[in-house]
Write a protein that binds this ligand. Sequence first.
Ligand code: SAM
Length: 319
Amino acid sequence: MSDTDTDAKVAAYFERPGHRHAVEQGIVDGKLPLKFAYAGSAAHTHDRLARHEGYQAVTGAAANVRETFRSAGLDEVPAIVEIGPGNGLNSMTILRRLGDAKRPPRMLLGLDFSETLLGMAEANFRRELGEVSFTGHVWDVEAEPTAAVDSWRPPETPVPVLLLGNTIGNFEQPSAALGHVRRSMRMGDTLVIGATLRRDGINARSMTEPYRNATFTEAALEPLHACGVSPADVCFTVDYIDDEVVGFAVLRRGLNILGHELPPGHRVRCFVSHRFTPDHIHSIVRAAGLVVGVSRIDEAANHIVVTAAKENSAEGCTS
Ligand SMILES: C[S@@+](CC[C@H](N)C(=O)[O-])C[C@H]1O[C@@H](n2cnc3c(N)ncnc32)[C@H](O)[C@@H]1O
């Protein structure tokens, strides 16, 4: 894809039946599940955002992931699963870093809510990292477990399951989502979570700085635009409240959606990214029935990687 293609504005669209209604209901309720900021035409705005320098400052830290693979004894894994690979660019960075592993991975299963992002990731892999075979599968990790990991994995092969880029900070109920991940894993598989750490003593302004640009605003508002809400009819604010970067769309004029008259000033939370302490991540992992393994903090990047495994219980043997 050329830069010109990347920058081109794609006409607004939803990916699947039901998405438009779910987004409209979210606008009425004042809370839009963040997964819709990655699907349909929003995937193209996310793709632009993911190429933005500020985005890397928040989600990067491939070196920390690589080192965690070493510490956790994951240096001979032929196949990797990634939940939320986005456009695949960060996945490729990590796979390149794993090129010095005893056995570099040659297969990647990308599981994502966004079929459009999976298509982009597949094309990016084919063009830029042809030696790794990329398979995409649509899955909403917040909704239910998936059988896709088991049907894809090479026979008798434990796999690392990556959840990187602070995607865990986007979930409404992180422990419930990790519970679905646990039920999609087998004994011997390792969940690898990459998250952004809370910074004490930092002011809201500098915390939200990476999000104060036109590319991010466009990405956050795209689901509303796909519902026909004109950019001129909303303004966007971003703030740091209770360890969360939160973005709100505020209606400039009244709007009728699903039979509801929404007044000017109606606020819709359309972005959320939680910041964690190490203890918080560990407690989420444990609440999901997983056992914490390696924990690796990169102070400079403000980033933590935590590995987790299934407990040795009857439920863990087959499901
Ligand atoms: C913050 S981006 C991270 C992308 C990539 N890992 C990176 O570091 O650039 C979040 C990714 O998770 C996906 N995602 C968000 N909510 C999801 C859900 N409920 N189920 C599955 N994927 C989801 C998004 O589509 C997107 O690809």
